[in-house]
Design a protein around this ligand. Structure first.
Ligand SMILES: [Zn+2]
Length: 422
């Protein structure tokens, strides 16, 4: 430690000039060691990039202005789990296997996937960057992230722990009861550790902006309050890092934006399709169907007809720009409404307004946040919009992992933002 302090003091002298011995360094600097940058991937679920323009997020807006920023296009479907898995694997949902927030699979006939599922069976098709890091001896820690409590690559055993899986060195079971303050404090506490057990790659996840967006819609006072709150927590993170003398490359993203929804924009399936001809797998911002045996031709024809505010396809015919439809977990028939419309099994008399996502990833309302700030990034860079398959290749560069052989995106759209280019 003494050598590190001396080196730090000498380098200060070199930069500032005028001092000749380490004793000139102020006492409160003596405890500082020279730390390598940590990479922190932050997700603010449901944060639309235009939220930065509301004047409610001074810290995030400053990080964007002093670093690199872009409007990022989510992958399809614009739902939370598929996109968070894309962010850390670099593959689109059709390729990484988390094709929806709710999935069915013939390998798990009695246990459909829900967002609480940690059976590695569902996740093993694509390796997240923290597993790559752990395997390379780079310590990682997850303060929540979809899939981070899954022993990746392992095998579920009835009445026992998963066998042979890999987790981040530090992780936590997701709970909305863990406050945003606790989440930030957990990250800072990890970084207070001695170097040999300190993470070099960290994920941090906030769900409050998304919850407010669903409740009140993207223009609501609830969202404004959640934006102020999350910005305060980002400020605490940045201040805490500074107090620790911990340089950090922050990559702050969201998984999707948010569109206003209303009971005035509902498509009721029972007004379009005959009873007993289909089973609805998912509904809302899109709908997926299994036909009842023997009614496949009826369902195909009924869905193929013109429907106001909605388009439907057999999964094989979903337009190519969605990059979706080949995976076994995607049900045979698929409908996408106009952005802001809701597909529902039936119509209700209850009036409501709110917000939702899951729509066309090219819709402006679905756009996602990208802010990168730290020693690896140039200042004041505004990038052209890019798809979120870029994030995993970017993280690999920041962490020091080689490029992946299996990737749907490349570093190219963000290369201009990097301060040191290969
Ligand atoms: Zn989300």
């Amino acid at each position: 430690m003494k050598n590190i302090v001396a080196a730090f003091a000498l380098s200060l002298c070199g930069i500032l000039g005028g001092c000749t011995t380490p004793s000139n360094v102020p006492a409160d600097h003596v405890a500082l060691e020279e730390r390598a940058p940590v990479t922190i991937l932050v997700s603010i679920d449901g944060f639309h990039p235009d939220f930065l323009d509301r004047g409610l997020t001074p810290t995030l807006s400053r990080l964007a202005a002093d670093g690199a920023t872009a409007k990022m296009r989510p992958s399809f479907p614009t739902k939370t789990f598929p996109n968070h898995w894309t962010l850390v694997t670099g593959l689109v949902p059709d390729h990484h296997g988390i094709t929806a927030n709710r999935m069915e699979d013939q390998g798990r006939p009695e246990e459909p996937f829900s967002m609480a599922t940690v059976d590695p069976y569902w996740w093993n098709e694509a390796k997240p960057v923290w597993v790559e890091a752990e395997q390379a001896g780079i310590r990682s820690a997850a303060m929540f992230w979809p899939g981070s409590a899954v022993p990746w690559g392992g095998t579920a055993v009835r009445y026992g722990p998963v066998e042979d899986g890999i987790l981040p060195s530090d992780w936590q079971q997701f709970s909305m009861q863990v406050s945003n303050t606790q989440r930030v404090n957990a990250v800072l506490d990890w970084l207070r550790r001695p170097e040999d057990i300190r993470p070099q790659f960290i994920t941090l996840y906030f769900d409050t902006v998304d919850s407010a967006g669903h409740d009140g819609g993207p223009e609501s006072a609830e969202v404004d309050a959640a934006l102020r709150d999350v910005d305060t927590h980002i400020e605490h993170l940045v201040e805490g890092l500074s107090q620790l003398g911990q340089p950090a490359n922050l990559v702050i993203v969201s998984d999707h934006g948010m569109a206003a929804t209303s009971s005035e924009r509902v498509i009721a399936l029972d007004e379009i399709l005959a009873d007993g001809t289909y089973r609805l797998v998912e509904a809302g911002a899109y709908a997926t169907f299994e036909p009842v045996a023997g009614r496949e031709a009826y369902l195909a024809a009924a869905l193929d007809a013109d429907h106001p505010h909605m388009e439907c396809w057999p999964k094989e015919e979903i337009p190519a720009r969605f990059e979706y439809g080949s995976h076994d977990r995607i049900p045979p028939f698929f409908c996408l409404p106009e952005t802001g419309w809701t597909i529902s099994a039936t119509r209700s008399d209850v009036e409501w307004t709110g917000g939702n996502h899951g729509y066309d990833p090219f819709a402006p309302e679905m756009s996602a946040l990208f802010v990168a700030n730290g020693p690896a990034f140039r200042e004041g860079v505004i990038l052209e919009p890019f798809q979120n398959t870029v994030i995993a290749p970017l993280l690999r560069v920041l962490i020091g992992l080689p490029a992946s052989e299996r990737a749907d995106g490349s570093l190219a759209p963000v290369a201009h933002a990097l301060s040191v280019q290969d």
